[in-house]
Ligand binder design. Structure first.
Ligand code: LHQ
Length: 259
């Protein structure tokens, strides 16, 4: 359900249930989580590239698995979030390595919000982001209520969530929700080039940068200045910093080791 390959420091995680627009069943949840866990555990992984096969990126939860007509007890969706979605969301945000998401087609429900939890999101021009939850009586989950409100502010966050209006990639980029909308046929080339270049970067420093920027919204300026001091001290002790400065002085390209 998830294709996993590691090459040149990039761990590629490709959601692979194209007949169901890569919607989540339990197996895909566990496979995706294992992928991010591997990214955290292995030094050889220096960037992650998340995408999907087929014409969609991810349509959120597989609703076929939730058919109320089949009877049985009412499922506890809070438990579904605790067991399946939230650990993956936390892993993505806590992973101190860049996570690039290439949204190759429609991203709906939790599928949209997993994309928004990634560090750099590129989307095919034809892709759309849909907060589909309100269509089925649910609330935005998988971190969506948090990221939409933070990134867009209440007016746009509420309108998207209440109406489930599809947001085209271009508008998502114009609103600052994602990094870029790119031509459909250029998406994977651009996303891979970006992932490769980040994987060849000073991973320790990039990881600290991610931590710092994620902390900014809930820190005071004073707390953030202290954090910059502490993390710069740590970055300054890295071999990659010494290499970066040496390479600059020698007018050559730096060869970062990620430490
Ligand atoms: C699907 C799905 C899908 C199964 C397309 N499931 N088959 C939920 C519950 C539990 C716990 C906590 O969290 C959550 C979080 C959530 O994610 S809730 C939101 C769930 N997702 C949705 O409500 C989106 C449902 N899908 C759609 O609205 C449409 O499929 C979109 C707008 C994504 C794409 O529309 P189209 O491009 O017109 O494609 P399609 O609808 O024809 O879908 C293609 C196939 O994929 C189709 O199967 P079929 O056998 O007829 O070809 C769909 O049934 C299947 N599919 N999404 N979530």
């Amino acid at each position: 359900t998830v294709l996993v390959t590691l090459a040149d420091g990039v761990l590629r995680l490709t959601l692979n249930r194209p007949d169901k627009l890569n919607s989540f069943n339990e197996e895909m949840h566990m496979a995706l989580r294992a992928g991010f866990q591997r990214a955290q555990d292995e030094d050889a992984v220096r960037a992650v590239l998340l995408t999907g096969t087929g014409r969609g990126f991810c349509a959120g939860q597989d609703l076929g698995d939730r058919d109320p007509r089949k009877g049985g007890p009412v499922p506890d969706l809070g438990q579904t979030l605790d067991r399946f979605y939230n650990p993956t969301l936390r892993l993505i945000r806590a992973l101190e390595k860049p996570v690039i998401c290439a949204v190759n087609g429609v991203a709906a429900g939790a599928g949209a919000n997993i994309a928004l939890a990634c560090d750099i999101v590129l989307a095919a021009r034809s892709a759309k982001f849909i907060q589909a939850f309100s269509k089925i009586g649910l609330i935005p989950d998988a971190g969506g209520s948090w990221s939409l409100a933070r990134i867009l502010g209440e007016p746009r966050a509420k309108a998207l969530a209440l109406t489930a209006a599809p947001l085209p990639a271009e508008t998502a980029a114009a609103w600052g929700l994602i990094w870029q909308a790119v031509d459909d046929d250029a998406l994977m080339t651009e996303a891979e080039a970006l992932a490769l270049s980040l994987a060849a970067g000073p991973t320790l420093g990039l990881g600290l940068t991610k931590r710092l920027i994620q902390a900014a919204a809930s820190n005071s300026l004073d707390a953030q200045l202290d954090m910059e001091r502490d993390l710069q001290q740590e970055a300054g002790r890295s071999a990659d910093y010494a290499e970066g400065v040496t390479a600059f002085l020698e007018k050559r390209k730096a060869e970062f080791k990620g430490k």
